[in-house]
Design a protein around this ligand. Structure first.
Ligand code: ATP
Ligand code: MG
Length: 421
């Protein structure tokens, strides 16, 4: 393969893709401010054990999907496949325990060696939040309600469904695991090869399988809900009640377990039917023991991550592009004057477009193509009289304005346009 090709599963974001990406990021960043989540940026690579210890060696991500390499100094490193492990690593190595509770928002690229298809890439982008240090279900509710607002803000609420489940505490899960193993042993021959291995390493993951054979067997498997102890049940009931009080619609999915070792109690996923088998848009859950597994202080936590490309595919239309004001010079002297004016107006924050060549009608056409909100026409007589002709592109209305009034008039035009869009 030629070196001048993008690597399989990677993609360039430009044009409409980057508009959508930026739109989603802006929406998430402004929401995270309302919720008091502060942004954190961790490196895109870490020591491999940051991920293998947290996600579990047997997880699909660690066993099949990680980009792992040794650097020139012989360190074994991995490109991050997800955000939580890095943030917990940062919580520990930066000694942030004294600042609990902590609320983090992050965004950035993640890397997984997967079979690329629509909504599934090898480099993809995630946004996510983590709330550390709060045991109460208030934290679970807070992160879900932020997700809910994000979907509303993006106008895609009707395309996603919230599914929740509780995988309980350690005790509940152990009892359940035993029941599962007994059940699967009876169906061993019909399990997929992957799930035969999972039966040894972590039987819970079989519930998460996408293999048709496993799905059929899972249908009659014991249900986690029947194995939750009182404390775990109460926590889950509390969450369901509060969600209902807030008017957040949800469905309990007894098969939802999430493929990673570190989850406990609440797990949730926003799913869509709009993206084929890439149905998970946003997924999360509680991970109370993770900071300790990684050798840090205790900090019960809950969080979620959403795939930006999948959110992007759900958006109805491209977000609106900002519209420029086009400067149209008539003649050489005006051309010079326009260059100065463009410099001046851009410095004041106006979005100015000026094409590099062409006569009046040519430049007008270009202004239309740029979807300019207005054209500012400057000829010799305008220069002499310090007047400009301003043409509003949507209505064709033309007016003459004085140089001294220019900034003020352009500001008004911008104001009008932003209330329209
Ligand atoms: P899936 O079941 O589709 O493989 P996942 O359970 O592996 O998803 P998570 O690890 O929970 O996904 O990641 C959180 C979110 O990141 C997902 O809900 C999805 O929107 C997005 N995501 C995960 N993997 C990819 C990928 N390879 N390409 C694009 N987006 C992805
Ligand atoms: Mg996956």
């Amino acid at each position: 393969m030629s070196q001048m090709q993008p690597v399989r599963g990677t993609h360039d974001l430009f044009g409409s893709d980057i508009l959508r990406y930026r739109h989603i990021l802006n929406a998430a960043a402004s929401l995270s401010r309302s919720y008091g989540f502060e942004e954190i940026k961790t490196p895109i690579f870490e020591f491999t054990n940051v991920f293998s210890r947290t996600l579990g060696d047997a997880s699909d991500i660690v066993s099949k999907e990680m980009y792992t390499f040794s650097d020139k100094g012989g360190e074994i490193l991995s490109l991050r496949p997800e955000g939580t492990a890095s943030i917990v690593r940062s919580f520990i190595s930066e000694g942030l325990a004294q600042h609990l509770p902590l609320k983090f928002f992050y965004e950035g690229p993640m890397f997984r060696y997967e079979r690329p298809q629509k909504g599934r890439y090898r480099q993809f982008y995630q946004i996510g939040v983590e709330l550390l240090g709060v045991d109460s279900t208030d934290a679970d509710i807070e992160v879900i309600s932020m997700a809910e607002h994000l979907f509303r803000k993006l106008g895609v609420s009707r395309k996603v469904t919230l599914e929740i489940n509780s995988i309980g505490d350690h005790e509940s899960r152990n009892n359940y695991k035993q029941a599962l193993v007994e059940y699967y042993k009876k169906h061993l021959e019909n399990l997929s090869d992957d799930s035969k291995v999972r039966l040894m390493t972590n039987p819970l993951r079989i519930l998460d399988s996408k293999d048709k054979r496993d799905i059929a067997i899972n249908h009659d498997a014991p249900k986690l809900a029947d194995y939750l102890n009182e404390a775990s049940k109460q926590k889950f009931e509390q969450i369901k009640k509060t969600l209902a009080d807030l008017g957040i619609l949800f469905k309990v999915n007894p098969f939802l377990v999430r493929g990673l070792d570190y989850y406990c109690h609440l797990v949730f996923e926003y799913r869509t039917t709009a993206l084929g088998s890439q149905d998970a848009v946003l997924s999360g859950g509680r991970y109370d023991g993770l900071t300790e597994i990684m050798g840090g202080p205790k900090a019960p936590a809950v969080g979620w991550a959403a795939g930006v490309e999948r959110l992007s595919l759900l958006l109805d239309a491209d977000p609106k592009k900002l519209r420029p004001i086009s400067l149209i010079p008539l003649g050489e002297a005006a051309e010079m004057a326009c260059r100065n004016l463009a410099h001046d107006l851009r410095g004041k924050g106006f979005f100015i477009d000026m094409s590099y060549s062409g006569n009046m009608s040519n430049r007008m056409k270009k202004a239309t193509k740029q979807n300019a909100i207005a054209a500012l026409i400057i000829g010799e007589s305008e220069l002499q009289n310090k007047l400009y002709t301003l043409k509003l592109m949507d209505t064709g209305v033309q007016m003459t304005i004085k140089e001294t009034e220019l900034s003020e008039r352009l500001t008004t035009i911008y104001g009008d346009s932003s209330t329209k869009s």
